[in-house]
Design a protein around this ligand. Structure first.
Ligand code: G6P
Length: 614
């Protein structure tokens, strides 16, 4: 969602900010803007609806000088996406400019109070209320800006990451966070800010992750001062970034999504590295080892997640229950957090989140923590909010995922869940040593098997062109392949805007079968595992109604192939690892249908990569 970038230093800020905005585009946005204190000491704000390139065109002949500035990509919440509602927002006197991620929930009463005090507003946003409030406090209390920001933040309800610059103090930026991430990069003789590391990594690998309810004054000469909202000062911890700039480039691929699909063999090796020990036949996940008693004795595991991560969670349930024999419940974070769930103190709550910032998942674990559960995070973005809020966890280590539609992060979440299930099963002795060792061996072969599936790319590309006409798709699977059907359908609708639904294959008879005709493509994941015969019958039912069947089958299969209109073969593997293979052709199918329809694959309309508002 919204993205923040800022610079204070000796270089021209504009280029750094625009480049930063491009780096943040992947998060999803609908307008962009920039504020600079120009060399002749004017505070200028430029903003436009649409892409960052519009902002660049708009500013081409304007004054873009200045060594300090803030810039923003906005994903509209309060007020439609237009030039006026875009950030930055001025204060009434136009001395201050603010950018903001998050939502100020009590903006209405605050706005009414400010209007009663004579303030006027130009936009429909909650953000403008905040900057007007800050200036009003500054004027009415005759205090400095830092104090005014502290006081204002003490009276707002909601989530924010903010950055403010002040025309009257052109070497200072004030930033703060609660519920939305904010990172400060420490350069040689300058400072950078970002809502994630992508706009910063090019300039420095030294960063400070601002903590909840912290506010920082960044001054070129005095350096950094960080306090909480009660003005208690803290010494920041400087972390080292472990991403590099090449991970943020397309490396010759047409889209980040395709690059990330093709990265999967390598990214899985990174997830498994140091954790899957083939020579000693061991699985070593420090997050489990350090808390082994908790996992051994867990009464239940609850997994909270959203979107694609929720599909990974569902596969996690199947494998943990099958191997480790602990009951697992899978929850949409947004439902869990608001329904007063029953949580026991010997429950383990696992949060799965690529970004580590999804607002609902963060709130779900905060709730579970308050009820005494042990929290374990499976996240990709190092240093993000969810891993910092959990007791323990495992990073997926696949580097930045830029395409909005999750691919390599999903398969990395699956491999992490496989490792977790295997470790707990081994500890609880719920599977034999022989079976454990055979799964360890098999898991190691998965990257090569994915490589083999990726060879289908050209074939899938040619085949995909056939479906640009389709208005609907159905995806079916059973057992481990049921969540894959959900994920396949989600991938297609996210990036092609074709309506698609996934179902457990047997549920087809309870409704979706009514939709089947010659026009409706039905993707059936029919690999040779537990429910093979049942799924063959489901395909027969579709064929009897003249449905068009695209099947994903195990290499060498003839039965399903013969009754399908089109099939893609994937290598055989253990039942529980099938999803990590069967999802790959579905990722490619969605990608190629979407590109054949000329969709903006990496930044599909209305979607955000990191959903930081509920
Ligand atoms: C958004 C993204 C999805 C992602 C979901 C959950 O909707 O577009 O790709 O699966 O959020 O995000 P998380 O970062 O928590 O995995």
């Amino acid at each position: 969602m919204c993205g923040i970038v800022g610079y204070v230093g000796k270089r021209d800020a504009y280029e750094i900010l625009i480049k930063g905005l491009h780096r943040l585009e992947y998060r999803g946005y609908d307008s962009a803007g920039i504020a600079l204190i120009s060399d002749n000491n004017d505070l200028v704000v430029y903003k436009t609806k649409g892409k960052v390139i519009n902002l660049e065109n708009h500013t081409a002949d304007l004054n873009r000088s200045g060594k300090i500035g803030i810039a923003h990509t906005r994903w509209a919440t309060h007020g439609e996406p237009n030039d006026i509602n875009a950030h930055p927002h001025f204060s009434g006197s136009k001395s201050l400019a603010l950018i903001h991620n998050g939502i100020i929930e009590n903006y209405k009463p605050l706005k009414e109070e400010l209007i009663a005090q004579g303030k006027t507003f130009v936009s429909d946003t909650d953000t403008e209320v905040l900057i007007q409030l800050i200036e009003y406090i500054q004027e009415s209390h005759n205090c400095d800006l830092f104090t005014a920001v502290q006081m204002a933040l003490n009276s707002v309800v909601g989530a924010y990451a903010i950055a403010i610059i002040n025309k009257n103090d052109p070497e200072t930026m004030i930033v703060a966070r609660k519920g939305s991430p904010l990172i400060i990069g420490i350069g040689e003789d300058d400072f950078f800010i970002g809502s994630d590391a992508t706009p910063i990594v090019e300039y420095t690998d030294k960063v400070i992750y601002l903590e909840e309810e912290q506010i920082a004054k960044i001054n070129l000469k005095e350096g950094l001062k960080i306090t909480d909202l009660k003005n208690i000062e803290t010494t920041p911890i400087i972390n080292k970034l472990n991403i590099n700039i090449s991970q943020l480039e397309k490396a010759g691929y047409e889209h980040f999504m395709l690059k990330e699909i093709f990265e999967q063999p390598e990214s899985l090796i990174n997830t498994l590295k140091g954790r899957l020990k083939i020579d000693t036949k061991e699985v070593k996940l420090s997050g489990i080892i350090d808390n082994v008693e908790k996992f051994r004795k867990a009464r239940r595991i609850i997994i909270c997640a959203c979107g694609t991560s929720w599909h990974a969670a569902l596969i996690g349930k199947y494998i943990i229950e099958e191997l480790a024999r602990i009951p697992v419940e899978v929850e949409y974070s947004s439902e869990f957090r608001y329904r007063n769930p029953i949580i026991y103190d010997d429950d383990i709550v696992i949060a799965i989140s690529q970004s580590g910032e999804t607002a609902d998942t963060l709130a779900a674990i905060v709730l579970a923590k308050s009820k005494g559960a042990f929290l374990f995070g499976i996240c990709n973005v190092v240093g993000s909010s969810i891993p910092r809020a959990t007791h323990s966890g495992a990073y997926t280590h696949v580097g930045p995922e830029i395409g909005v539609a999750s691919t390599k992060a999903f398969t990395a979440q699956l491999s992490t869940l496989f490792l977790i299930a295997l470790s707990i099963a081994h500890e609880r002795k719920t599977i034999s040593n022989e079976y454990f060792e055979s799964l360890v061996d098999e898991l190691q072969t998965i990257p090569d098997k994915i490589r083999e599936i990726l060879k289908l790319n050209e074939q899938i590309k040619n085949f995909a062109k056939t479906f640009t006409y389709a208005k609907n798709f159905i995806y079916l699977g059973r057992g481990y392949n049921y969540p894959v059907a959900l994920e396949g359908a989600l991938k297609l609708k996210e990036i092609s805007y074709i309506h698609a639904e996934g179902y457990p294959a047997a549920e087809m008879k309870h409704g979706p079968i009514a939709l089947i005709d010659e026009e409706l493509p039905v993707v059936v994941i029919a690999t040779k595992n537990g429910n093979y015969d049942k799924i063959v019958s489901n395909i027969e039912e579709i064929k009897a109604r003249k449905g068009y069947v695209i099947s994903i089958v195990t290499k060498g299969d003839t039965q399903v192939k013969n009754i399908s209109n089109f099939s893609f073969e994937i290598p055989d593997t253990a039942d529980c690892f099938v999803p990590i293979l069967s999802v790959i052709p579905l990722q490619l199918l969605s990608y190629h249908i979407a590109t054949a329809k000329n969709r903006d694959v990496d930044q599909p309309r209305n979607l955000a990569k990191s959903v930081t508002v509920e």
